[in-house]
Write a protein that binds this ligand. Structure first.
Ligand code: AMP
Length: 363
C-alpha cells in the first residue's frame, strides 16, 4: 500500500517511521527540498498549489493524508477527487479557520470561549462591547505557536492588538481563566472504530509547547469521558478519519475547548514509547482501514520539546528511560528541533525525569 503525505516535516517523518512496521510505502510532497521526511522516502519538491505536481503525487497512491495544517484546502480537495484522502477536506477547512472551528464547537454544544469574527477595527470595537476584557484577538488563519495573537487587557489595547495580529480577518474571544491546559488525542478509522488516549497536561511558554505529562495528573473518570464525548461529537459530525487532537482549558466549570488539529499532534508524541500503539501508527491504521491498536499506557510518560538550540545529545542519552528524537532540522530561534520522551512507572518518576531533562537542556 502506498500512502501519500502532503507536508514532510517531523510529523511526516514520524508517520513514515511508524508505517514501516505496517509495511507501508510513502510518498511526500513539500516545497522544502531539505524536509525531514524526505531523507528516507520519495519526496516530490513542489509548491502545494502546483497542480501538475499534485497530479503526479496522486498517481498510484492508495490513500492520502496531510501532516501540515496550512496546506491550501483546495489542494487537499484536488487530491481527494483522485485518491481517498483523510481526514476529509471539510475537517481541514474547519480547523484552518478559527471562526469555523469555534462555530463547529458551538454547534456541537462543546463549551468554548465566547467569540466573534471580526474583519476590521470597527468590528473589533463592537465585539469587545459584548465580550468585554480581558479578551484575546487571534487571526482566523495561519496562527500557530502563539503567532497572530494579542491579549487585550483594556479597550485601549485594541489598536496595538489589531496591528499585532496583522490587521487581517480575526476572531476576538473572551479570556478564559483556566487552571491548566489539557489535550486529547482521539482516532477514528474508516470503519467508524474509535479510540482515545488519556488526557495530557500541557505546559506552554511564549506560545510554544514546552512539555507534556501523560496521563494528566488528577483527572477524574468523568473529565476523561467528557473529553472523549466531545471528540466523538466532532469526529462523527465531520465524518472524520484519522487522528484528531483537541486542546482544552480546564476550568472550575469543566473543559472549555480551545482548538483542534486534524492531524497527529505534538502533545501526542509521548505515545511512541508511552502507549501500546503510537498516535502515528494509529493514524495510519485509521486511514488504511486497519483495526486500531490499543491506546493503553503501562506507566506514565513525559515529553519535552527541544527548541531553538541543539542539545548535548550524548549527555542526554546517559539519563535512564530517556528517548531522544531529533528531526535533523537546522537550529533557529523558536524552532522545534526534536523532542525527548521520559517513561516511568508513575507520574512522580516522570515529573523528576522531566525536571532533570529540562535542566540538562537549559545548560
Ligand atoms: P492557541 O493558538 O489558540 O492554542 O493559543 C495559544 C496559547 O494562548 C494557549 O495555549 C493559551 O495558553 C493561550 N490562550 C489562547 N486563547 C486563550 C483564551 N481565550 N484565554 C486564555 N488564554 C488563551
Amino acid at each position: 500500500m502506498i500512502v501519500g503525505i502532503l507536508g514532510a516535516g517531523q510529523l511526516g517523518q514520524m508517520l513514515g517511521l511508524a508505517g514501516r512496521r505496517l509495511g507501508l510505502k510513502f510518498r511526500f510532497l513539500s516545497p522544502d527540498a531539505d524536509a525531514p521526511a524526505g531523507k528516507f522516502a520519495e519526496l516530490i519538491v513542489a509548491d502545494y498549489e502546483n497542480e501538475a505536481a499534485l497530479a503526479h503525487f496522486a498517481e498510484g497512491l492508495d490513500v492520502a493524508t496531510y501532516e501540515f495544517e496550512s496546506i491550501p484546502a483546495a489542494s487537499v480537495r484536488y487530491i481527494a477527487e483522485k485518491v481517498p484522502t483523510f481526514p476529509p477536506p471539510l475537517a481541514l477547512e474547519t480547523a484552518q479557520d478559527r471562526a469555523n472551528e469555534k462555530s463547529c464547537f458551538e454547534r456541537l454544544k462543546i463549551p468554548t470561549a465566547a467569540f466573534a469574527a471580526v474583519d476590521s477595527m470597527r468590528d473589533t470595537r463592537e465585539a469587545l462591547e459584548r465580550i468585554g476584557v480581558p479578551a484575546v484577538l487571534k487571526s482566523r488563519r495561519f496562527g500557530y505557536d502563539g503567532k497572530g495573537q494579542a491579549v487585550l487587557l483594556s479597550r485601549q489595547d485594541m489598536g496595538t492588538a489589531w496591528v499585532k495580529v496583522g490587521a487581517v480577518p480575526s476572531i476576538i474571544e473572551s479570556f478564559v481563566k483556566f487552571s491548566r491546559e489539557l489535550s486529547i488525542i482521539a482516532v477514528r478509522s474508516r470503519t467508524g472504530e474509535m479510540a482515545f488516549y488519556p488526557l495530557v497536561e500541557n505546559h506552554h511558554s511564549e506560545g510554544i509547547l514546552r512539555f507534556s505529562l501523560a496521563p494528566a495528573p488528577n483527572i477524574s473518570r468523568e473529565i476523561q469521558l467528557q473529553a472523549e464525548e466531545y471528540a466523538t461529537r466532532v469526529m462523527n459530525d465531520l465524518d472524520y478519519i484519522g487522528v484528531l487532537a483537541i486542546e482544552f482549558f480546564e476550568t472550575p466549570d469543566g473543559l472549555v475547548a480551545n482548538e483542534m488539529a486534524p492531524r497527529v499532534h505534538n502533545t501526542g508524541h509521548w505515545t511512541i514509547e508511552g502507549a501500546d500503539t503510537s498516535q502515528f501508527e494509529n493514524h495510519l491504521r485509521a486511514i488504511a482501514g486497519l483495526p486500531l491498536g490499543s491506546t493503553d499506557m503501562g506507566g506514565a510518560a513525559g515529553m519535552v520539546n527541544v527548541i531553538g538550540t541543539e542539545p548535548n545529545i550524548e549527555r542526554l542519552r546517559e539519563l535512564s528511560d530517556v528517548h531522544v528524537h531529533m528531526y535533523g532540522k537546522a537550529p533557529a530561534p523558536r524552532r522545534k528541533l526534536g523532542h525527548i520522551t521520559v517513561t516511568a512507572d508513575d507520574l512522580d518518576g516522570v515529573r523528576s525525569g522531566v525536571a532533570r531533562l529540562r535542566g540538562a537542556l537549559a545548560r
